[in-house]
Design a binder for this molecule. Structure first.
Ligand code: FMN
Length: 194
């Protein structure tokens, strides 16, 4: 049975890609659009309705401050070990190339009624909602998880039990990306009938 709604959803899901800061063009994303995406994030499934996602939207000069913070932290923590100048430069410049960055955070239920993985999973579904919405609006985005996110409480105030899981970079872009090679879904599925 054909369904226009399903066709549209299939198209959005199947054409979503990670779009990186190097591909972003210099164009603002309106706060209203960002609010729409966050509204969709908030509709994600979550056990016991803990709504464990916490998002911090960074725009304007806050992006540069974040880039400087991440680069500095990377230098402090990784110099002498695996320090790469190219990575340092990217940490500094990527946030500046984005139109907006959303810090992806998770707030643990204070009573720990759920295992942590369930709350992580709920945050990931919220991010996917946001990712699909941004794609539907023609905005490129991607989830970045550099190791410096473990120090994010030094950049912004975070509550007890709150943890940063990554950065959601966003920006308009011109060029469509080719789809990555994925193994067929059948190779990941078993049907058990009896
Ligand atoms: C939890 C999570 C963390 C990720 N962290 C990074 C990252 O640090 N750097 C990166 O290049 N991509 C990161 N990605 C994006 C993946 O690389 C990307 O989704 C994958 O290559 C598949 O490409 P697609 O999103 O275009 O389908 C992350 C994705 C997820 C779900």
């Amino acid at each position: 049975m054909r369904s226009e709604k399903a066709d549209l959803l299939n198209e959005v899901i199947r054409s979503r890609r990670s779009i990186f800061p190097a591909q972003y063009i210099d164009k603002e994303i309106s706060d209203d659009l960002i609010r729409e995406m966050l509204e969709n994030a908030n509709c994600a499934p979550n056990h016991k309705l803990t709504q464990p996602w916490r998002f911090k939207v960074l725009k304007s000069s806050a992006k540069g401050r974040l880039g400087d913070f991440m680069a500095k932290k990377y230098k402090e923590e990784f110099v002498g070990q695996k320090f790469l100048e190219k990575k340092y430069q990217k940490l500094q410049s990527n946030p500046r190339r984005a139109a907006a960055i959303i810090l992806i955070c998770m707030q643990r239920d204070p009573d720990e009624r759920l295992p942590e993985w369930e709350e992580l999973a709920a945050v990931a579904t919220a991010v996917q909602n946001m990712w699909l919405s941004s794609h539907a609006y023609g905005i490129g985005s991607y989830w970045s998880s550099p190791s410096v996110i473990n120090y994010m409480n030094e950049f912004i105030e975070m509550n007890e039990g709150e943890k940063c899981l990554g950065l959601f970079y966003m920006g308009y872009y011109d060029e469509q990306q080719p789809m990555p090679k994925r193994e067929n879904s059948l190779s990941r599925v078993e049907w058990i009938m009896e």
